[in-house]
Write a new protein. Structure first.
Length: 215
């Protein structure tokens, strides 16, 4: 059964910043910024900011959705950890940049249903079919919170680090000026090939798996 949808934030919304602190990482120095979860969907989203982005144009931005299995537990079923590490390495070389880390596990369906989707995939469904069978859309994520976070940081326009056209559309839908896209290319392995192919063929991600699709 699908979980109740939270009401999207109005276009133009901002969020109250709760805390800001220097965060040295293995990828470079960032500032960690948190926001009031009572003003969003109750989840504790975080931004990692590189340099002074207030009023800046064409800031490189990565919108990363939480993936406990891939990013923390090292699952090889997806490319989420690879995307996160490549993004932070790139951002760590920039004078300005932002990583928005959104706590929307499993494309927004939550950890328990994500593992249920894994079970269905083990029975032969692809990721889209598994989500649909559980009562969700292919990708139920919204980017209202991401847009509000960027607005609160004062970012004027963004260069989005993504392969997913829905992220471009989602930020623009909530009033963010997206001036371009930077591809993020991760390794294709035996374990994640079907997952990435489904992203490309069924979800429209701008990939080129097996040399047979979009690039």
């Amino acid at each position: 059964m699908s979980r109740p949808e939270s009401k999207p934030l109005p276009r133009g919304s901002t969020l109250r910043v709760i805390s800001r602190v220097a965060l040295p990482t293995r990828y470079g120095a960032f500032e960690a910024v948190t926001f009031d979860p009572a003003e969003t969907d109750g989840r504790e989203h975080i931004a990692l900011v590189r340099g002074d982005v207030d009023g800046a144009d064409a800031v490189l931005v990565r919108v990363q959705s939480e993936c406990l299995t891939g990013e923390v537990l090292g699952s090889l079923r997806c490319d989420c950890r690879d995307q996160l590490e490549l993004s932070m390495r790139d951002l760590g070389t920039r004078d300005q940049g932002v990583l928005l880390y959104l706590r929307q596990e499993g494309r927004g369906i939550g950890l328990v249903d994500k593992i249920r989707a894994y079970e269905l995939q083990a029975q032969g469904r692809d990721t889209v079919e598994a989500n649909l069978e559980l009562g969700y859309t292919d990708d139920p994520r919204e980017y209202d919170v991401a847009a509000a976070m960027l607005r609160s940081l004062g970012v004027a326009s963004v260069l989005l680090l993504t392969n997913n056209p829905l992220k471009l559309f989602g930020l623009r839908k909530y009033g963010i000026d997206v001036v371009g896209r930077v591809p993020i290319i991760t390794p294709v392995t035996d374990e994640n090939r079907d997952y990435l192919r489904t992203k490309q063929v069924r979800s429209g991600h701008l990939l080129n798996i097996d040399g047979g699709g979009k690039s």
